[in-house]
Design a protein around this ligand. Sequence first.
Ligand code: ZN
Length: 406
Amino acid sequence: MRYSNLFGKTLREAPREEVSVNAQLLIKAGFIDKLMAGSFTLLPLGYRVKEKIEQIVREEMDATGANELLMPLLHPKEVWNETGRWETAKEVMYQFEKNKKEYALSFTHEEIVLDLIRKKVSGYKDLPVKIYHFSTKFRDEPRAKSGILRGREFLMKDLYSAHTSSEDLDKYYWQVADAYLRIYEKMNLKARIVEASGGVFTDSHTHEFQVLSDQGEDMIFYCEKCDFSQNKEVATVKVGDKCPKCGGVVKESRSIEVGNIFKFGTVYSEKMNVMFTDKDGTRKFPYFASYGIGITRLIGTLVELFHDDKGIVWPKAVAPYNVHLISIQDNEKGDKLYEELLAEGIEVLYDDREIGPGQKFNDADLVGIPVRLVVSPKTGDKIEYKERTSDKTELLSLEEVLKRLK
Ligand SMILES: [Zn+2]
């Protein structure tokens, strides 16, 4: 992509009203635009990051045997009445009336999935069901002040599974938990599995995936020595206690929730009268669970964790491009290298603008692509190579650059 052709350029100043680092940097660097509090456009750069994150999530979900589909966002009141959540989830749900019929905008999809299962599943051979989609969620959010960490409209991957037994559900539940940990690891995030309460989803305990960060809205107790972690809301320990798992010391930290998984058992199946015929011919309720990862929230989390005073520092796996190419006073050289890199399958953001080198360097740091390449009359037949995480510049041949990028 030629930067001259990119929609959504960098801004000189971050908008003053934005208090969160993720919103300041993402808006300033041209990744997002704010329509209103909690409602953002993903500009082309932000959209590419979203696509990278989704692909990582998709690969891990598919590896668990799940099927991708796409469910609607406009729901009739009737389906929400079946579980009682039209009333109990009223605070978070956008509900409205049109031509004397009542609707909700999706804040989750349990009821929609169970309605599907009711239509498509008859016997035990049709189970387990494992289906997921990437789609928009709407949640009425009184405090939408954390940039894209907390939106009124946001992107999520939600997976749902239904099983013939609680044992089978348990097995899959922890398989998905492992997949989640791999997803975060691929983005350089160290996530902890935290015991938590289920909110408007379930009365029983659930598991959240939390990343330690001062910017987080959650508070967790955790052990540095092992994986023991509890959300403060449901904690049975306090700071300084002995870790119930390994005897280490319990610490406290703010954290950002980057995913959650819920086991519902047969509660929702019973409420919606979803049944299947088991091997012995008896009619039973399937065991049900759901699993969410906030995609746009992950973008915000990554920026909160990976930035410095110059801008964003994207982890390689989710950076919008592999390389930020800058030409200085020699666009002929820049154009040639741009074509050569593209031919090698490398994703390049090429700053071909007729502006001073200082601004190009500042923008490269702000946008945060992992590798910066510079060609100028000074670099001769070589290319200046610099990583975003380092101050060191090196003059390399094209072959050497390609080797580093592979
Ligand atoms: Zn421990």
